[in-house]
Design a binder for this molecule. Structure first.
Ligand code: GAP
Length: 436
């Protein structure tokens, strides 16, 4: 149900804003785009980097028991045989016998839409039987024919497992411990859509947490990570009422999962998975034949894995959707300042007064030493506020004629649109206090 008027057509509004303000562009748009691929513009890359940085701060720097890695995207293809992806990483696919359109057999809405489209032409759709369609993306490497078939990783996770021994041997880390990673994954999705929500190239932020094989203890760890991950999203400002857990029925679980829960967001296109929390048991380390030896007891065992697997692009999209506000004519993104692409925008009141421009430039260069700051001298102040609101810049600073007299500036707050006069000497302190 639409709660506020501005939520009507929200996806259309977001799709237009992300392009207009440089968050997200269609990939290779000048050639008609490419389905399932997206590029991040100047504002988008900042938002996405801020999100990843916050994740790394919480999941790696904030913990003693977690280290990070950055593994290669293309791995020895044996990895994917052992991990089960070549056999089991599939979606059910059906094909329309009238026009050969292929859709995922579990996407009822898309199926209905397609049937209605044919019905308008008095045609009745007949679908083929569902077939399993493998999502791995093939690449061909080498200089001699036939070239060697390899794969773009379908999940970033396997890079962690194949490095399990390297990490244990090269650090002092002991079970229970985690290995974190952020990076690109690729899936040959049957029906990409809803902007970046379902893409063929996307980024994941994952923690693989290794524990002793113990039913009770591992369940406790699983539940702790569920709560920790949910809290991470709400601490950064996502509306708690729009988040819930969705436990997976056994038949819906990925091939590696003993049990699984999704954190779902109440998107304009329905409740949608943003992050998966999985109990992978000994599935992966077992298949890769990797064991752990406790140095104190000499006990050797295959650890169990609790995984938190978030989508960077989905989280970025949901933070954009969640922060979208309209107040009369005003549109703004109420992003947590930690996530906002730019923290401060600096303007000279008039672009044709060199003394104002020069003073504003000095201030801009000074603030830039510690903050991500943007500059705008186009049009009038109203237009500049309008643009910065849509980008989600929390504070706009204007240098005017009074600044030249008393060294104060106008600071305008994005959320309240209120302005206050602050001395330039106090500005750094003012912003660092707000950004705590
Ligand atoms: N390693 C476990 C794993 O990959 P998953 O549930 O398949 O689990 C984890 O994926 C997260 O990756 C999802 O919750 C979602 O946020 C993101 N994700 C998966 N497929 C995606 C796609 N096609 N486009 C964008 N994000 C995707």
């Amino acid at each position: 149900m639409v709660k506020y008027k501005y939520m009507e057509n929200l996806m259309e509004k977001i799709s237009s804003l992300v392009k207009r303000r440089g968050f997200i562009f269609q990939s290779s748009e000048i050639y008609g785009g490419y389905q399932g691929f997206w590029d991040y513009g100047p504002a988008g890359v900042e938002l996405k980097n801020n999100l990843k940085r916050e994740w790394w701060k919480t999941m790696v720097y904030g913990r003693e028991d977690v280290v990070g890695i950055d593994a290669a995207i293309i791995m020895n293809p044996t990895t994917w045989e052992k991990s089960g992806h070549l056999k089991a990483f599939t979606d059910p696919l059906i094909e329309c016998k009238l026009c050969n359109k292929r859709v995922r057999a579990d996407k009822e809405e898309i199926i209905k839409e397609h049937e209605e489209w044919h019905a308008k032409k008095d045609e009745k759709v007949v679908w083929t039987e569902a077939k399993n369609f493998n999502l791995m993306t093939e690449v061909y490497l080498g200089v001699t024919e036939p070239k060697e078939k390899a794969y773009l990783r379908g999940e970033i996770t396997q890079g962690v497992f194949v490095n399990f021994r390297n990490v244990v041997d090269s650090t002092r880390i002991k079970i229970p411990f985690g290995i974190a990673q952020i990076g690109k994954a690729f899936r040959n999705e049957i029906t990409p859509g809803n902007l970046t929500f379902r893409s063929r190239e996307f980024e994941q932020m994952e923690l693989e947490y290794f524990v002793k094989p113990d039913e009770k203890e591992s369940e406790k760890t699983f539940n702790e990570f569920k709560e920790l991950r949910l809290k991470w999203y709400t601490d950064l400002g996502l509306d708690p009422k729009k988040l819930h857990f969705h436990d997976h029925e056994p038949e819906k679980r990925a091939h590696y999962a003993r049990y699984a829960t999704d954190i779902e967001y109440d998107a304009p296109f329905g409740w949608s998975e943003m992050e998966g929390i999985h109990h992978r048991g000994d599935y992966d380390l077992g298949n890769h034949n990797l064991k752990y030896t406790d140095n104190l007891t000499n006990e050797e065992y295959t650890p169990w894995v609790i995984e938190t697997s978030g989508g960077v692009d989905r989280a970025t999209l949901f933070f954009l959707i969640d922060s979208y506000r309209e107040e009369g004519e005003r549109v703004y993104l109420k992003l947590n300042p930690k996530l906002a692409p730019y923290k401060v925008a600096v303007f000279p009141l008039l672009a044709n007064k060199p003394e104002l421009v020069s003073k504003a430039r000095d201030l801009y260069n000074e603030l830039k030493k510690n903050l991500v700051v943007t500059w705008d001298s186009r049009g009038n102040i109203g237009k500049r506020y309008f643009a910065q609101d849509e980008i989600g810049t929390p504070w706009c600073v204007t240098v005017d004629f009074d600044t030249l007299e008393d060294n104060t500036v106008t600071v305008r707050d994005r959320d309240t649109a209120k302005q206050e006069r602050i001395s330039i000497d106090k500005l750094s302190e003012y912003f660092s206090e707000k950004l705590k």
